[in-house]
Design a binder for this molecule. Structure first.
Ligand SMILES: Cc1cc2nc3c(=O)[nH]c(=O)nc-3n(C[C@H](O)[C@H](O)[C@H](O)COP(=O)(O)OP(=O)(O)OC[C@H]3O[C@@H](n4cnc5c(N)ncnc54)[C@H](O)[C@@H]3O)c2cc1C
Length: 446
């Protein structure tokens, strides 16, 4: 698998991974084909995931700027077409309590407002007619140990006190009776407004809306070279070059090695792995009391997440391999299957039918950054959602569009600070490996 930490070439028109989403979503919608001559554009966006598509859509609708989107492979070939499809009011990895401690309540309210706007925009765009298999609303955060109930209760009270955001606390028996009998769950918080969707169809829907608004989407157009001279940016693709006044980097966890100085050595791509089982029989569903289609995540440092899909399969995800070379090793899918079976012993004979993984984008300070390059206001980027970007990417794309159009953004660290550089970037993978070991010990013993 393409490894952005060591490779400079993200591919050219590569097929979608053999994921459940690619298999159930039907044919891809019409796009504008690969770039095959030299063109000029006011704004070029690199990457056709949620960030790039949202930016193109909002530039066209709200600022009358018709952008050109260059995608190396296919629309949503990166994370946007491979994720678990959880729409949540959150982004990054930094807990609310840590944000309050570092920046105070006002900043935290500002960040909360951004994540809420992200979810609201996704809902509004879906209502315009995107058929992306929206499931029953609800996000369940389960305590993987009895002791974690205390920290979930503290989270619930902080959310209520600061934002007036009410979440439900569920005991183990509430959970087992009304949602699902997960033997690893010792209680939970339930957020009534998270929900599950088909992520690939959501991205295709955004593409349709962006094109209707006047943006051009060009898959099969990898930017292989970038020349920057006198405020003119020239992006070279295999069959044509694009001259642009402004360029937006929306490549996130798939940003090739050394792609642009503004983001080099500032992110860590980490593989998240998903399996999808065969459909559960009525008997298996009953044995696990698997009533809910709410999206579920646990409190581990190395998190697991799952949901029941519309056709009664279970999508189950967690950490994957460390390098692209080992990404397709079945060891990682089998590891997920065994954790799934520990949670639901009645599924002891179940197998998985789909397994794939994708690169989430970690930032050193655990928050996303949406900004222009330190030394060039005509180059902008948004990345570092830390595996929590399905709804936030839409807000990030909208904020990028505002910034391109000269509108001031809220005074928040995510819009004012640059992505921080990793110290000793060559050792990022070693750091990740050490964190995985620390996480395993923390999750088992503390
Ligand atoms: C397995 C998995 C599960 C996840 N589950 C969830 C979830 O349930 N909820 C949630 O909130 N988040 C989840 N995420 C994270 C979420 O999917 C991402 O945060 C989000 O999709 C990022 O969107 P993006 O548009 O910024 O980047 P991407 O969708 O990754 O798009 C980047 C694009 O840039 C293109 N590109 C790279 N280099 C070039 C180049 N040189 N020229 C042209 N194009 C280029 C790539 O081909 C790629 O298509 C998950 C991620 C993974 C991997």
């Amino acid at each position: 698998m393409y490894d952005p930490l060591i490779q400079t070439d993200p591919g050219n028109n590569s097929p979608y991974p053999e994921s459940y989403w690619a298999s159930v979503s039907g044919p891809a919608p019409v796009d504008d084909g690969a770039i095959n001559n030299n063109i000029d554009a006011d704004v070029v966006i690199i990457g056709a995931g949620y960030t790039g598509l949202s930016c193109a859509l909002h530039l066209a609708r709200e600022h009358n700027i018709k952008a050109v989107v260059l995608e190396a492979n296919k629309t949503a070939w990166g994370c946007s077409g491979r994720n678990a499809g959880f729409i949540l009011k959150s982004t990054g990895r930094k807990p609310w309590s840590a944000m309050t401690k570092q920046w105070g309540e006002e900043v935290m309210r500002g960040i909360y407002s951004e994540v809420c706007q992200g979810v609201a925009t996704v809902n509004d765009l879906i209502k315009e007619g995107i058929d992306c298999q929206v499931q029953q609303a609800g996000y369940i955060r389960i305590a993987h140990k009895p002791a974690m109930m205390k920290s979930l209760a503290a989270q619930a009270s902080l959310l209520e006190k600061t934002f007036g955001y009410q979440v439900e606390q569920l005991s183990r028996s509430d959970l087992h009776q009304h949602f699902m009998r997960d033997e690893n769950a010792h209680g939970a918080l339930r957020f009534s407004d998270g929900f599950g969707i088909n992520p690939l169809k959501l991205a295709w829907g955004y593409q349709n809306l962006a094109r209707q608004a006047g943006a051009k989407i060009h898959p099969g157009s990898p930017v292989t070279q970038w020349l920057s001279e006198n405020n003119q940016q020239t992006l070279i693709t295999p069959n044509g070059r694009v001259n642009a006044k402004k360029v937006i980097i929306a490549t996130n966890g798939y940003t090739p090695k050394g792609f642009h100085s503004s983001v080099a050595n500032r992110t860590l791509p980490v593989l998240s792995q998903i399996i999808v089982t065969e459909p559960l029989t009525e008997q298996q569903l009953n044995a696990c009391n698997f009533i809910t289609s709410n999206v579920v995540m646990d409190t581990r440092a190395l998190k697991y997440y799952y949901r029941k899909l519309p056709d009664n399969r279970i999508l189950f995800g967690g950490r994957g391999a460390i390098t692209g070379k080992s990404a397709d090793d079945p060891f990682y899918a089998k590891r997920l299957l065994s954790v799934l079976k520990q949670s639901f012993p009645a599924l002891h004979s179940i197998n998985y039918q789909y397994a794939w993984s994708g690169w989430i984008c970690m930032a050193l300070d655990d928050i996303p950054h949406i900004n222009h390059a330190e030394d060039n206001e005509n180059v902008l980027y948004a990345m570092g959602y830390c595996g929590n970007g399905v709804s936030f990417a839409v807000q990030a794309g909208k904020r990028l569009a505002d910034k391109v159009a000269g509108k001031a953004l809220p005074k928040l660290p995510m819009f004012e600070q640059q992505l921080p550089k990793f110290p000793l970037p060559a050792l990022r993978r070693l750091g990740q490996w050490s964190y995985f070991h620390y996480g395993k010990i923390k999750d088992s013993y503390f």
